[in-house]
Design a protein around this ligand. Structure first.
Ligand SMILES: *Cc1c(COP(=O)(O)O)cnc(C)c1O
Length: 425
């Protein structure tokens, strides 16, 4: 494989010329802070780039506010009262869910707490929560504080799944749950592991968790907008995500929740509630009991931040226009190209932490530098000087994500050749 990759720039340019999604790059502002005309930005797993239309959409809401004041809530057709509703259908398509199961609201960790309030229902011995050993810190803090909130031990009652030879498999989950018979109430796993870029077999894991009598939720921070998801098939109780990574919703963008439709009408399910989750007809009536909207919207608490939400419309529109399948196909091609260039140009100096199987990863490749902890800062600086933006996880892991909406083969070529040069320097 190494010997067959064409490492020339012309090859990358030819691939770009043949790319039917190439025009979507022009829908984004490409960062220029590296001093180059337009940098090679491979950091969309951390913060997606700005769709150019975002400016217009935010300005539209500012204008509405300026000209209508409070009447903006009920502006004909698309006022703020129903503003969040426009996101449910496009998000549902991206998630493989039903629109009723999806709501855009809050941010990821807030949503995780709201979902745990409903789905973490400790009873008797069944009170433990299983997460992965390398869970993102915020997820761990959320889960541990929920354990403590319920009066349990945030260390003893937290079960940590060790990835076997770096992989989060359904078999490993099965084995871990078998050591805790009847003790685990809830399993929380990522769709894509943030550090390694591994895509988890969500359907197999959810099925194992259910077989062990556990509730199951997914954190889709690195999966949404990256993989072709099918939540109907994987059938978790809930899922949460943020929208500023692959969805390109903007820094701190509005996140979201999926609540499985089989749970929507469950009147025994506890829930933290607020007026935005109440029946829309009676929202402004002062003294009624809470009547939940019969969708995931019932979990909404407050009227949402319209200005922070507006850019998401631009971002989701681009997913609709490009199509999920073509995006995923391009993503697989870009990532394979990155892998083959890295292997050919600096394979002896790096170790790839991401699975080689395209179905077991999304856009991101995680690269561990051999003999490298002390030189990583210098490598990252050399990459920046070459206009290449990647992400660095201390001490020696680089994460590179060629994002199919705005990255191209030339970006990948620039990143791989710059990394090889930086490692030789
Ligand atoms: C990015 C990310 C978060 C971020 O949480 P916020 O609440 O949006 O700040 C949380 N969990 C995971 C796994 C992430 O990748």
């Amino acid at each position: 494989m190494t010997s067959t990759v064409d490492i020339g720039l012309d090859y990358a340019k030819a691939r770009d010329d043949a790319d039917e999604l190439a025009r979507f790059r022009h829908e984004f502002d490409l960062p220029r802070h590296t001093g180059r005309e337009a940098g090679h930005y491979l950091c969309g797993h951390s913060l997606g780039l700005m769709p150019r239309q975002a400016r217009t959409l935010v300005a539209r809401e500012l204008d509405r506010w300026a000209t209508l004041g409070v009447e903006g809530h009920f502006d004909t057709g698309d006022g703020w009262f129903a503003f969040h509703e426009r996101f449910a259908a496009p998000l549902a398509r991206i998630l493989g869910a039903d629109s009723r199961e999806v709501v855009a609201m809050n941010s990821l960790t807030v949503n995780l707490h709201l979902m745990l309030a409903s789905f973490y229902a400790p009873a008797g011995d069944r009170r433990r929560i299983l997460i992965e050993q390398e869970a993102f810190p915020s997820d761990r803090y959320a889960v541990q504080s929920q354990l403590a909130f319920h009066g349990f031990d945030p260390h003893e009652d937290l079960i940590q799944l060790q990835a076997r030879s770096g992989r989060l498999s359904a078999d490993a989950l099965d084995a871990a749950l078998a050591t805790q018979p009847g003790r685990v109430a809830l399993v929380l796993l990522p769709g894509v592991q943030y550090l390694t870029g591994e895509a988890v077999d969500m359907q197999a894991c959810a099925s194992v968790a259910r077989r062990h009598g556990c509730r199951v939720g997914f954190d889709l921070a690195h999966a949404i907008g990256n993989l072709e998801l099918d939540l109907r098939a994987s059938d978790p109780d809930f899922a949460v995500w943020c929208s500023y990574k692959y969805l390109n919703g903007g820094p701190g963008a509005i996140g979201g929740c999926f609540v499985n439709q089989r749970c929507l009408g469950d009147t025994k399910l506890p829930r933290l509630e607020g007026w935005w989750g109440h029946d829309k007809q009676g929202r402004f009536e002062p003294k009624t009991d809470f009547i939940p909207i019969d969708s995931a919207e019932a979990w909404q608490l407050s009227n949402p931040p319209i200005l922070a939400m507006a850019p998401l419309e631009a971002a989701l529109g681009l997913f609709g226009a490009a199509g999920l399948k073509p995006l995923r196909n391009k993503s697989i091609a870009l990532t394979a190209y990155l892998e083959s260039l890295l292997t050919a140009l600096c394979g002896d100096q790096i170790e790839l932490l991401t699975p080689p199987d395209p179905s077991a990863r999304g856009a991101q490749l995680s690269v561990k530098l051999r003999r490298g902890a002390e030189r990583t800062a210098a490598v990252v600086n050399r990459l920046r000087a070459a206009g290449v933006v990647v992400d660095w996880r201390s001490p020696d892991i680089l994460r590179l994500a060629p994002v199919p909406l705005y990255n191209n083969f030339v970006d990948v070529h620039a990143a791989a050749t710059a990394l090889a040069a930086a490692l030789r320097a």
